[in-house]
Each structure stands twice: as C-alpha cells, then as structure tokens.
Design a protein around this ligand. Structure first.
Ligand code: DGL
Length: 265
C-alpha cells in the first residue's frame, strides 16, 4: 500500500453497466482522478453465478488492475462484495472498497432505522451479507432481503417484451408487505429502474447507495493522502464483450463518447 501514489488510477468493477451508477458519483465528488472501469459483460449476470465462479472472475479482474498499478479498486458490485471480498481483501497492494460493507456501516449509524429491506441479486441475498453487516452495527435492526433476478437482464437489455408492472411488482409487493422504512437498492444495476419503481412505491423509500459509497471513498482517499487534487478527469472503459451494447445501455447514467476497449477474461 505504501507504494501507491495519489496520481495512480482507480479501478472500478462490475458485471456490466451497473457500476456506472457509482462511477457517476465518483466523477462528481473526485473530479481529478483517472478511472479504469471494468464491466464484465461477457459473464453477467453475476447474481446467478456460484461463489467459486465469482472468485475466479474477480481474481482475473483484480490481477488486471494490479498490472495497471491502480491505487484502489472500487467494488461497485454488491454480488462480488458479498461473495468474494473476504477472500481478496488482503491479497493485493491496492485498497479495495466493497460496497455492501461500507454502505451498511454508514446506514446503520441512523438509529431511527429499525426496519429495512434490501432488493438485490440471488447471490447477494443468499449470502445474507447485508443482514450480517447491518446487524453488526445495529443488532436490533430487522432486515428483509428480496432477490430480483430479472432486473439485471432488463437493465442490460437481455430480456425483451416483458410486462413492466409484473416485473416490478412481482418482487416489490413482498417487500412492501414487510412495511420497511427504507429499501436499499442492493444491486448497482437497480438505480437504472428508479423511474419504473417510483410508479409502484414512494420514491423516497428507495436508497440508491452510490452517493454514500462515493463520499466514503473520497474521504478515505483523502485521509490516506491518496486523493488526486490536481489531475484531469479521465475514464478508460473496458468491457469483456459487446462494447457497443455497453455504450448503448450506459446512456441512462453516463454518456460515453467511444466504445469501451475489449479485454477478454
Ligand atoms: N451490479 C451487480 C451488483 O451490484 C451485479 C449484477 C449481476 O450481474 O447480477 O450486484
């Protein structure tokens, strides 16, 4: 870690365009950094993969970032934060920021929050990582986790001709029955669906954790003298397949002016 320089890049990883919801906040809060965004489009959805498969994929992405000599890697993917972060946290000489662990710690500081729901991928929900992390800081909090396996294919345009109401309320109704004070969008792809979600539940019920997460990262980089205050914002986009589709799907969150480079995993 001592070798890291503030001018080195920051790696941001996800299975596809989901992590751009985090990158957008990072670009706003830390505008002098250069970023390398890796979307593993060839292997999505991560939420349906086994822990063993996710470990192999994450290792390849971390190794790629290691070669690029990044100063930090932002796990803008709840699924890998839930399943593989513990395995890799001390293995590389860059800082690793896992979204679930950081966001849960911040949210649990609000002691008025007693009942919270999490909507996330199958792998995240099966890991119960959100429940564990929230209860670590707020033992009495009640947490209800709901898997929404079709939402990533909707955002990545892999699912055509679906019934919007059915696909949203199919997962949302049991969450609303739990009567939560807040609903965490526990997959970075889900903020893309906010316009649809708002038709079926009050908008202020949903937490898109990307801003809280980006804010923490900024403060932590600052504390470790790793924040670049003088550089020019730059993003190198990388996808493991379908770069044109990546660029098209990203549009709702970030206008990307060129197709990402392909790096095969
Ligand atoms: N966006 C990721 C997450 O936050 C992964 C979604 C997927 O590929 O299933 O969990």
């Amino acid at each position: 870690m001592e070798n890291q320089k503030s001018t080195s890049s920051i790696g941001v990883m996800d299975s596809g365009v989901g992590g751009l919801t985090v990158l957008k906040q990072l670009l706003a809060l830390c505008p002098n950094e250069s970023y390398i965004y890796f979307g593993d489009t060839k292997n999505l959805p991560y939420g349906e993969k086994s822990k063993e498969e996710l470990i192999l994929l994450a290792k390849k992405i971390f190794d790629f970032f290691q070669e690029k000599q990044v100063k930090a890697v932002v796990m803008a993917c709840n699924t890998t934060s839930a399943t593989v972060y513990d395995k890799f946290k001390d293995k590389y000489d860059f800082k690793i920021y896992p979204i679930i662990q950081i966001v849960s710690k911040i949210l649990a500081q609000d002691k008025n929050l007693k009942k919270i729901a999490v909507m996330a991928t199958h792998a995240t929900v099966n890991s119960k990582k959100y429940t564990q992390e929230l209860k670590k800081y707020s033992p009495d909090i009640q947490v209800f986790e709901q898997a929404c396996p079709l939402w990533v294919p909707v955002v990545e345009h892999k699912l055509k001709n679906y019934d919007e109401k059915e696909i949203i309320t199919g997962y949302l109704s049991s969450v609303l029955d739990f009567n939560p004070q807040k609903i965490i969008l526990g997959c970075t792809h889900y903020p893309y669906l906010l316009d649809k979600l708002k038709k079926y539940a009050p908008a202020d019920l949903f937490i898109n954790p990307s801003k809280l997460f980006a804010n923490y990262i900024k403060e932590d980089l600052q504390q470790h003298n790793l924040l670049n205050e003088n550089g020019i914002a730059d993003v190198e986009y990388i996808a493991s397949s379908n770069p044109a589709e990546f660029q098209e799907n990203a549009k709702l969150f970030l206008e990307i002016d060129h197709e990402p480079e392909i790096v095969s995993l």
